[in-house]
Design a protein around this ligand. Structure first.
Ligand code: CMP
Length: 143
C-alpha cells in the first residue's frame, strides 16, 4: 500500500473545486486518510518546493502557494502516486489531457489547481511537512 501527498492549491480552493477534485480521486478507488484546510507557512513552502529554488518561477510559486488557503490531503492505495498523477494530468494545463483535473480546469502552469507527489519517496517527505503522523487515519476498507 502506497501513500501520496496531494494539495488543492489556492486557485482550486477559491474556484470551489475541492469537492470535484476529492470526488475524482475517490471514484478512482484511492482512500482519503487525512485532510485539512490550512495556510502554508513560508517555512513549509520552502521545504516543499526546495528542489525548485533558483528557478525563474520560484519566487512566483512561493508567493502563490502562501497567498491563501490550500486543502492538504493524504491518500493511500495501490500505486497511489502514479494513480493520482494520472488523474491530475500534466503540469501545464494546456498540455494536460482532457479528462484529467488540469486538462479540464486549468489553463496555466502557475495556476494548475493541485500538487501531487512525484514519487513514493517525495510523498513521505511531503506528508511529513504538512501532517503529523497522528493526523492520518490509515485503514482497510471493509465494504
Ligand atoms: P507543482 O506540481 O506544484 O510543482 C511545482 C510547481 O511549479 C508546478 O506544480 C507549477 O505550478 C509551478 N511551475 C511554474 N512554472 C513551472 C515550470 N516551468 N515547470 C514546472 N513547474 C512550474
Amino acid at each position: 500500500m502506497e501513500r501520496t501527498y496531494l494539495m488543492v492549491k489556492p486557485d482550486g480552493v477559491q474556484r470551489g473545486l475541492i469537492g470535484e477534485i476529492v470526488g475524482r480521486l475517490e471514484r478512482k478507488g484511492l482512500t482519503l486518510i487525512g485532510a485539512k484546510l490550512m495556510l502554508v507557512t513560508e517555512e513549509q513552502a520552502k521545504r516543499h518546493y526546495a528542489e525548485h529554488e533558483g528557478k525563474d518561477f520560484y519566487d512566483r510559486l512561493m508567493t502563490f502557494i502562501t497567498s491563501g488557503p490550500v486543502f492538504a490531503m493524504a491518500w493511500q492505495g495501490d500505486q497511489a502516486v502514479a494513480a493520482a498523477r494520472q488523474i491530475i494530468g500534466k503540469t501545464n494545463g494546456l498540455e494536460a489531457a482532457p479528462g484529467t483535473i488540469r486538462g479540464d480546469y486549468a489553463l496555466h502552469t502557475n495556476y494548475n489547481l493541485i500538487h501531487g507527489s512525484d514519487s513514493a519517496e517525495s510523498a513521505e517527505r511531503e506528508l511529513g511537512i504538512f501532517f503529523q503522523e497522528s493526523e492520518l487515519v490509515g485503514y482497510d476498507k471493509t465494504i
